[in-house]
Design a protein around this ligand. Sequence first.
Ligand code: URA
Length: 232
Amino acid sequence: MERLDKVISSQTKYSRKEIKELIRKKRVLVNGKNVLKSDLKVNSDNDLITIDGEEIKIKKNIYLMLNKPKGYISATEDKNEKTVLDLVPEEYSHRNLFPAGRLDKDTTGLMIITDDGNFAHNILSPQKHVRKTYHVIIDIPVTAEMVEGFKAGVMLNDGECKTSSLEITGKYTAIVVLTEGRYHQIKRMFGCFGAKVIELQRIGMGDFKLPNNLKLGECREFTEEELKEVQE
Ligand code: URA
């Protein structure tokens, strides 16, 4: 059981003071009944809470997918740069959201934004082997040597990368799958073969694929099914 005002403030943009006022004005109902005190104990799994007749749908955590455009950094705030949080709709501003993992400023594609630290840890930890799939365009032809090298594990200046896969999809294009996420990893891996990454887009995590209808800069919640696919 939790305090009513605490439950409402975790799920809406109302401040504690505003919630007190809403209750005083009898705009809040619990299971259809007026409440008088903000510290009323409620069970957020079973009790129906409404404000002005509208149900408050209790969500423990939020999981958003963003199709990240270029020009945004993977941080929650920054003095000089635009961050991926700037692309999250205002309705989520009361949540402590953060990007689960990083994409470079000039990388586009699938980014998960959540307030669930455990979930973020699970999908990012190299031990969990969640696959991150990228579409890559480089400045020189992709070679069989690169394919072999990625499979064997490329040595970077901060140690050897875990094996990854590189599939050639065109003269200059490839699909790369990683299960870890080091700083500028794909760019540095191609750098070992004298290649420069021109375009980098994350197109999937686990079994989940960036939906075609999610436009650049757009953000929406995962369905439960989709979320399971990420963790596969
Ligand atoms: N590897 C990179 O070099 N950059 C990214 O943004 C992601 C993977």
